[in-house]
Ligand binder design. Structure first.
Ligand SMILES: NC(=O)c1ccc[n+]([C@@H]2O[C@H](COP(=O)([O-])OP(=O)(O)OC[C@H]3O[C@@H](n4cnc5c(N)ncnc54)[C@H](O)[C@@H]3O)[C@@H](O)[C@H]2O)c1
Length: 349
């Protein structure tokens, strides 16, 4: 596929605009077509990124029929991921799909199986895989330098306005899960990326604000998805750990932390301290035993997600980007954590 493949973007909201900005910055794609059922948002974004009027669509099926669209980015709310991904597979368009990949485990499995059977290049936007410190942490863990992994501790916490309107994110029928699906899915993928698969979990979740203002300003609407999720886990490599994700961590913006403790060393990733440093303690190699040394990340760990997508659709290296299989495995965790919290018991993954 040519270096300047033409991209169709499905959605014109927050993350679609970020994808388009990354496309402009890397110059690796042409923003070619756009779709959103909100015409005003579509025209505003489409015009800003130079997409012709004739290539702006309210119906995603029309965009997918454009023969000149080489690949699509699916950046709509969670409830549109399954129909759009299945339609992209049907239209034989390579696709990047936002997370979480679906509302249910069954839908995630179907996307994975259909994309695999049709051999459609794909990426799931677990974007923190492209933070240099996390990539470096993965390399150190994979190298075996930490020895046997005993513990993995993870946090992805934010503090938000409790008066945020009841947007689609707070409805189970549109989001599938709340904080768990939104930022917890990233935390799960970050832990898998660095330290391997989960094998067993026990979770506790809850809703803190049960009703939120209707987006049209008229009254309050119920919330039926989690505001926070806490869980204990065992991993396939024998490690055990604890994980927390909430949107009620007062004062926190986008705080991620992942700690991996092995028999010979440890690494600590702390997003709030910067994504270009990793805190490492491995005896002689990185510093004196017992001291965590901030290590600068070598240049080869600087990779952009959009560049990985370009590489994937060109049939080259995935550059460690997540696939629909990863999306399915994360959905398995989401499904298991919800069941564990409901049934108050350990669940095998
Ligand atoms: N990877 C990340 O770090 C990251 C960050 C933010 C959001 N996301 C994910 O991206 C997705 C979108 O989130 P957002 O914050 O951009 O949401 P958003 O609400 O800001 O934007 C969604 C857009 O999709 C449009 N839309 C809804 N239904 C549609 C349909 N049937 N056809 C066409 N367009 C439709 C809406 O009009 C809106 O413009 C979610 O799945 C979210 O989890 C990922």
């Amino acid at each position: 596929m040519s270096k300047t493949a033409r991209i169709g973007i499905l959605g014109a909201g927050g993350i679609a605009n970020e994808h388009l900005e990354q496309i402009i910055e890397c110059k690796c794609f042409v923003p070619y077509a756009i779709c959103d059922n909100n015409t005003a948002a579509m025209q505003e974004t489409g015009t800003r990124f130079g997409i012709l009027n004739g290539l702006q669509f309210n119906d995603y099926n029309e965009l997918l029929q454009c023969v000149h669209v080489d690949a699509v980015i699916i950046a709509t709310p969670n409830f549109m991921h399954y129909p759009m991904a299945m339609a992209a597979i049907q239209a034989k368009k390579p696709f990047a799909l936002e997370k979480p990949v679906a509302l249910t485990l069954e839908d995630a499995k179907e996307i994975y199986e259909a994309a695999t059977a049709a051999n459609i290049p794909n990426m799931v936007c677990f974007s923190y895989r492209f933070y240099p410190a996390l990539r470096y942490a993965k390399m150190i863990v994979d190298s075996g330098e930490l020895g046997e992994i005993h513990h993995v501790y993870g946090q992805y916490i934010q503090g938000i306005d409790t008066h945020t309107p009841r947007l689609w994110r707070y409805e189970k029928s549109k989001a599938g899960a709340g904080t768990l699906g939104d930022i917890g899915s990233h935390l799960i993928d970050m832990a898998r990326f660095v330290a391997g698969e989960f094998s067993e979990v026990v979770a506790q979740d809850g809703i803190i604000v049960n009703e939120r203002p209707a987006p049209n300003g008229e009254g309050l609407l119920p919330v039926d998805v989690d505001d926070y999720i806490h869980f204990i886990a065992r991993m396939e490599n024998g490690a055990t750990g604890t994980f927390a994700s909430t949107k009620f961590a007062f004062g926190r913006k986008n705080a991620q932390r992942l700690e991996v403790y092995g028999s010979k060393g440890a690494v600590v990733y702390d997003q709030e301290k910067g994504i270009n440093k990793l805190y490492v303690c491995i005896g002689k190699t990185y510093g004196r035993t017992g001291e965590f040394v901030p290590v600068d990340i070598p240049g080869e760990f600087q990779v952009k997600q959009i560049e990985a997508f370009q590489s994937i659709i060109s049939g080259k290296d995935r550059k460690l980007a997540a696939s629909v299989e990863d999306g399915y495995r994360v959905q398995m965790m989401i499904d298991s954590l919800i069941r564990s919290a409901q049934e108050r018991r350990w669940i095998k993954i």
